[in-house]
Design a protein. Structure first.
Length: 281
């Protein structure tokens, strides 16, 4: 996958990116957060653009980046409000991405799919896997294949030298305004989300068991979503269905993508689960 080629370049070029010891004498030694995902993670980063630095942790574009939240997304919050170190972001997320376009085609054929102890790899690519497939027959077999491909890519990152992985599961697709208003079978959709997440959790446990030298964290996206959706007034929203592109006055940026409140809660959850040395415990 194209993402992995860029990841390989980043991993192999770590010493160049960090600079010489003399360069680092006056600044904190950086850590690196390399992320893969879809529209809920994207910030518009281009590997041939301005690289991340102490004064510009996203590189290009600068904070908050090009997001689908109305401002910072979960990654931006994790890197700023909940960050405890200088952490530079190499965000390779692309809107619409699925784990493998052969198994689950993304909405557009133009969408591309999915080294040391200072490197943290983050992956949130589950939403479109479920959103583009939940109504298909044979989901248990399909999701087993998808998860197998997913962890083959994690293995490739491990082979490149990555040892720290934070994986985010599928958000509750059945709670999005899109699915709640278009006649979707919400019971069937929830069952698909649960099935996908159960298979992912099992494979995370298997990966941990077979990679004792690596650290792997699994974050439940639903915890952040439901904290907001169960009490929208607490976050200044009229209800759990309203949408606003300002990202602030409603819980939803549009009918499928969450706004700032849910992204902030998810950023906090990632920081809580992963903890030190990357984030505030």
């Amino acid at each position: 996958m194209a993402f992995l080629c860029v990841a390989a370049t980043i991993l192999s070029g770590l010493s160049f990116v960090m600079g010489s010891p003399a360069d680092l004498a006056s600044v904190a030694v950086p850590r690196y957060f390399v992320t893969f995902g879809s529209s809920t993670t994207q910030t518009g980063f281009r590997s041939n653009g301005t690289l991340p630095s102490a004064g510009n942790i996203l590189g290009n574009p600068s904070l908050p980046g090009w997001t689908t939240s109305g401002g910072l997304n979960w990654l931006g919050y994790a890197l700023t409000e909940f960050n405890r170190t200088l952490t530079l972001s190499y965000n390779l997320a692309v809107g619409g991405a699925t784990t493998d376009q052969v198994l689950i085609p993304p909405y557009s054929p133009t969408v591309k799919t999915f080294v040391d102890q200072t490197f943290l790899v983050g992956i949130w690519i589950a939403n479109n896997d479920v959103g583009e497939s939940w109504n298909k027959p044979g989901l248990p077999e399909l999701y087993e294949k998808v998860s197998k491909r997913y962890f083959e890519q994690v293995q490739r990152l491990h082979d490149l030298g990555a040892r720290n992985f934070v994986i985010i599961n599928s958000a509750p697709q059945q709670e999005t305004p899109l699915m709640r208003t278009n006649g979707a079978d919400l019971v069937k959709l929830k069952a698909a989300v649960d099935l996908y997440n159960d298979i992912m959790a099992r494979n995370v446990r298997a990966f941990r068991k077979s990679h004792c030298g690596a650290r792997t964290w699994l974050v439940d996206a639903g915890a952040a979503y439901y904290e907001a959706l169960d009490d929208p007034a607490r976050f200044g929203a009229l209800d759990d269905m309203c949408e606003n592109l300002d990202g602030k006055s409603c819980l939803w940026w549009n009918n499928y993508h969450p706004g700032l409140a849910i992204h902030r809660l998810l950023g906090a959850e990632v920081a809580r689960v992963v903890g030190a040395p990357w984030f505030k415990a």
